[in-house]
Write a protein that binds this ligand. Sequence first.
Ligand SMILES: Nc1ncnc2c1ncn2[C@@H]1O[C@H](COP(=O)(O)OP(=O)(O)OP(=O)(O)O)[C@@H](O)[C@H]1O
Ligand SMILES: [Mg+2]
Length: 266
Amino acid sequence: MTDLLAATARRAEPARQVAARTVDLRKVYGTGDAALAALDGVSLEFVTGEFTAVMGPSGSGKSTLLHCMAALDTASSGRVYVGDTELSGLNDRKLTRLRRDKLGFVFQSYNLIPTLSARENIVLPLAIAGRRPDPAWFDEVVDAVGMRDRLEHRPHELSGGQQQRAAAARALVSKPAIVFADEPTGNLDSRAGAELLSFLRRSVDEHGQTIVMVTHDPVAAAYTDRVIFLADGKVVGDLREPTADAVLERMKHLSSAASGATGIGS
Ligand SMILES: Nc1ncnc2c1ncn2[C@@H]1O[C@H](COP(=O)(O)OP(=O)(O)OP(=O)(O)O)[C@@H](O)[C@H]1O
Ligand SMILES: [Mg+2]
């Protein structure tokens, strides 16, 4: 009977699928004395339907990690898997297709196309893929980021925060397997930031979205399921069910240990 119960409980547990992972990832910039390991042996798993924050001092390798995982940059060594697919095994055409069909990215610098309206920017990845946005989901995303009345404006007619919100909408509207977001609330006031974070949280809880988000803000990190701490290109902490206080405490210890990225030879 106990065995039967245990077996039933096991069956009821949802399968834990890995959405993306890295194996001993290294990224070295420059050569010789100028060589710098922005990533220095990073092995991580990101589970489907989980919201993960990546934190760490400026220069610790957060953006580099996201760029390598999203096939926007190539690692010097190690492996990146999106689902079961290893990125280094793909040619340019297949990489482009994977980025287009599976990944969403919110850049630290937004990367909106200046000649297109906010609406056109938001649906651009879908348009390139020859797909139409699901109108109900488009509306939900646009309303969640508060861009409804700015859709026909071009980026230079938008505030920094509005550009950031348009960039977030663009990453979410195609419902990619994974969304990578590099400080998506960095330029938002606390109310707009909280709205975007609540929406990201909801898309995880209600749609099983997988999100990996860089943030410097312990309050933003508290919206996630897990916080990975980087320092000098290495994983130095992994905190589950984070509270803002717990994150802040961990950051205090890190900032005394970390002093920017190290040179290879040092
Ligand atoms: N293209 C590049 N060429 C040389 N060095 C680079 C390049 N891009 C990043 N770096 C270096 O790699 C290290 C990690 O950079 P990265 O942008 O990943 O940091 P980060 O953690 O995202 O920092 P921030 O919080 O300031 O955005 C830094 O020391 C940076 O100077
Ligand atoms: Mg960065």
